[in-house]
Design a binder for this molecule. Sequence first.
Ligand code: GRF
Length: 196
Amino acid sequence: MGRLKVGVLISGRGSNLQALLDACADPAFPAEIALVISNVAAAEGLDRAAKAGVATLAIDHKDFPDRESFDAKMDEALRAAGIELVCLAGFMRLLSTGFVEGWRGRMINIHPSLLPAFKGLHTHAQALAAGVAEHGCTVHWVTPALDDGPAILQGRVPVLAGDTVETLAARVLEAEHRLYPEALRLIARDSSLRSE
Ligand code: GRF
């Protein structure tokens, strides 16, 4: 059986994309990244993908009159590339319900908190303000409500005395880079997602 064909949506740095690219570089890994789409043409993640020999596409949301038409363009590109699973990796646009429904059960996201705690933005500041002893990241299925779909895997890190947003974010990011490839491996082993 072939490897699961993955499309990754990004907006910026792409360090999670890099973790996925590195995992997929192993021919024994059950998934391959076939397309990376960014809504920001200057995103560092596009260079990472190109260096790995992966097809890239910049689709600027500002070129579209509304969210639905932008999402439709991404949908068309993903389907044309034969994508079987979409990974959101720091994609900073809300997705329309139609797009999410069209990829239901075939789209995952990584969020920098132990969901359901700390949805949305500034999760590390939220965690510090709440005074929690443990923080982390979640890979979850994407559903129409933001950061709300069923969790697949979570990575836990301690919150240490003296932590700042920066030190905590760095500790969580390391956990993200381990967690996302592991979640992708689990999903890709499930042959029911493959179209062949
Ligand atoms: C990560 O913290 C991820 O959890 C969140 O956005 C950030 C993206 O970072 N969704 P990068 O672009 O993968 O480096």
